[in-house]
Every structure is written in C-alpha cells, then in structure tokens.
Ligand binder design. Structure first.
Ligand SMILES: Nc1ncnc2c1ncn2[C@@H]1O[C@H](COP(=O)(O)OP(=O)(O)OP(=O)(O)O)[C@@H](O)[C@H]1O
Ligand SMILES: [Mg+2]
Length: 338
C-alpha cells in the first residue's frame, strides 16, 4: 500500500498552479516521487506542504444497517485525511475486523480493545499498530464480540470507557476514526460518547430512513442520558445516478425535516474501484489516475474536516503576519508560489 497525494490535487486544493507546486516540491527538502511525468508525495511531505491548522477530531462511523459502506468510507476518509498531513488513528470496533483486514493487518496476531478492558496490564497505547505513514490502527478480531456483554454485565461507564482510552493517546493524533459494527448497543453507545461526531453512512434503499431513524434515536437518547451533545452527520454512499432508488433516497434525505440539515453535500457514488482496491489490498489513492471514487472521497474528507476552512485560516494568518512584518512559520510565506 502506498497512498499518494498528487501534485495536481495538491495544487487544486491550495489554489496554485501545478508548476508552482512542482517548484515548491523541488526547492524544499521534502520527499517526492515521479511517475509518468506526474509528481506525487505521501503523508510526511503533505504534513510539511499543507501544514493545516486542524482542530483534533474523533469521528465514529455508525448505522444499524449492515453493508452500507461504513468501513469503506471510514477507511478511505482516514487515508485521504492522512494525505492532507493529518496524523490519523483508526480504531476497529467491529468483531468482523473488516477495517483491520483492509489495512492488511492480521487481527488474530494482535491484542484488541476488549483486552484493554478485561486485562488491566494491557494499555490502550499498546494496542496501536503502525500501518502507513500517518496512519495507525487499533486492530480488531473476534474477541471483540465480548465487548457488548462485558460493557453491559460489568456495568462499565459507557461515557468513560472509550473516551478515557482515546484521551490517553489523542495528543499523538489529529483525527481518530472509529469504525463501528452494524448494531445498537453498549459498544456503539460508548463509541458515540467518545466521539465528537457520529457519521451515519446510508445507502440507497427503501429502508434507508428506517435504519437511520433507529441510529439517530439511539445516539440522541445516549447523548441525553449522559448529558452530552453528540452531533450527527449523514453521508449517502453507493449513489448510482442511473437508478431511481438512488435519486429517491437522496431526495427523501434532502427534504427530511431532521435529516436534511445533517446531510453532507458530498456523497459517494457507487464505484467498483472501491471493492477492487480492497480486494487487491491497495488503497484507492495508490493509483495516480483521476477517478470519480477518489474525487468523491476527497470532497467528503474536505467537507467533514473543513480542510478548506483550515486553509483559509492559514492564509489569513500568513497575511496578518506579513502585514505586521513578522516572520511566518507557515510554509509558503517565503515562496510566492503558494
Ligand atoms: N461506494 C461504493 N461503491 C461500490 N462498492 C462499495 C461502495 N462502498 C462500499 N462498497 C462495498 O460494499 C460492501 C460493504 O461495504 P462495507 O463493508 O464498507 O460496509 P459496512 O457498512 O462497513 O458493513 P458492516 O455493516 O458489515 O460493517 C463492500 O464490499 C464494499 O467494498
Ligand atoms: Mg463495517
């Protein structure tokens, strides 16, 4: 796996010309590669080039309905965020361990979340596996099937159990992504309480609203039980412009009094490249060619994390420092190209 940020995508995001970004890459002491005349780079260079002022975020992907694409979206979102320079931790909370498998990690060879709950000598930090530059994982395996009963029978405080564990490592990350199983219960409740936001991934289906309604009600109930605001966002996945079901689902969501305002503008189209990439154990962003799947994930990542807002903030700060005659630590200040 070698996810890449192309110089072209970087130039588009920064609002500069391709020549400018190429020149910047060549003039800085950063690592970049070239393939078929296209320059690209990975997380470490992205962190230097973009240097975005990001507020730390923890996002849980949840919905009671199975197979909507929670794991696929969580994975690709996490990888794309790492390519904007964010340090990302993925936590696999699903006993199926799909996210773990997709990241090429054998969950059975590692301890997982349940071990840090049942065995006081296992610290959450010790569960972390380094997978890619800028992307770490807390893997999962079938042992996590015990999470639900353990949390319930031992009457463990749901508002503390995961949030305390995440707090022990959150200094090391800009983004924590929790991939949750298709369920309603203590495991998902604890994840929602540990997150800053729950994102419900919906697919076009006659029952799409029903699954969303259950998850929405459960997250709202948990929030009010623990006196905590848990914002919810909704993303439509597997949108197929050729089917009326897709258009109907999108329209239903947009017009819905409660769900409409929570719906992200960016949706992810159905695209064979997503399962194909998974099957060949590469990431969607290993390929340098443009594709609608990559574009959809890119726009979603930018919207969810407000990366464009972070970029404007950085530019404003740089301009402010320039007009005050101060030296700016923000990359690009000395380089008129960026
Ligand atoms: N936009 C998409 N286009 C095409 N296939 C997709 C898309 N999103 C997800 N898939 C495929 O749909 C299947 C289910 O996706 P995924 O495992 O991410 O769903 P899930 O909601 O995490 O499932 P579960 O509820 O079991 O955890 C996978 O084969 C995945 O590759
Ligand atoms: Mg899943």
């Amino acid at each position: 796996m070698e996810p890449k940020m192309t110089a072209k995508d970087a130039a588009d995001f920064l609002g500069v010309s391709l020549q400018a970004i190429n020149k910047t890459l060549k003039s800085k002491e950063v690592d970049y590669r070239k393939s078929a005349n296209r320059l690209y780079f990975g997380h470490d260079t992205a962190r230097t080039i973009f240097d975005l002022p990001i507020k730390r975020k923890k996002i849980a992907f949840q919905i009671v309905k199975g197979g909507t694409g929670k794991t696929a979206i969580a994975l690709n979102f996490a990888i794309r965020a790492s390519l904007y320079g964010l340090r990302v931790l993925c936590v696999d909370l699903d006993q199926q361990g799909n996210l773990t498998d997709l990241l090429g990690v054998d969950g059975d060879e590692h301890a997982c979340l349940i071990d840090s709950i049942t065995d006081p000598t296992v610290h959450f930090k010790d569960l972390i596996v380094s997978v890619l530059p800028g992307l770490d994982l807390v893997p999962s395996n079938l042992d996590n099937a015990l999470l639900e009963n353990t949390l319930t029978i031992k009457k463990i405080r749901l508002d503390r159990v995961y949030s305390q564990r995440l707090a022990s490592v959150e200094e090391d990350y800009d983004l924590i992504v929790l991939d949750c199983p298709p369920a309603l219960g203590s495991n998902n409740a604890a994840a929602a309480l540990a997150a800053d936001k729950v994102i419900a991934v919906v697919d076009p289906d006659r029952n799409a609203l029903k699954g969303l309604q259950f998850t929405y009600e459960e997250v709202s109930r948990i929030g009010s039980d623990f006196d905590q605001q848990i914002p919810i966002g909704i993303v439509l996945n597997k949108f197929d412009k050729r089917t009326s079901l897709s258009h109907d689902t999108l329209e239903m969501l947009i017009k819905h009094e409660v769900f409409g305002p929570l719906l992200y503008k960016s949706y992810v189209g159905t695209n064979q490249q997503i399962p194909n990439a998974n099957a060949s154990l590469v990431t969607l962003f290993d390929n340098l060619r443009d594709s609608s799947a990559k574009m959809d994930i890119d726009l979603l990542t930018r919207e969810v994390l407000d990366l464009d807002g972070a970029l404007s903030m950085k530019k404003q700060k740089t301009e402010g420092m320039n007009s005050a005659g101060m030296d700016s630590p923000v990359l690009g200040q000395q380089d008129p190209m960026i």
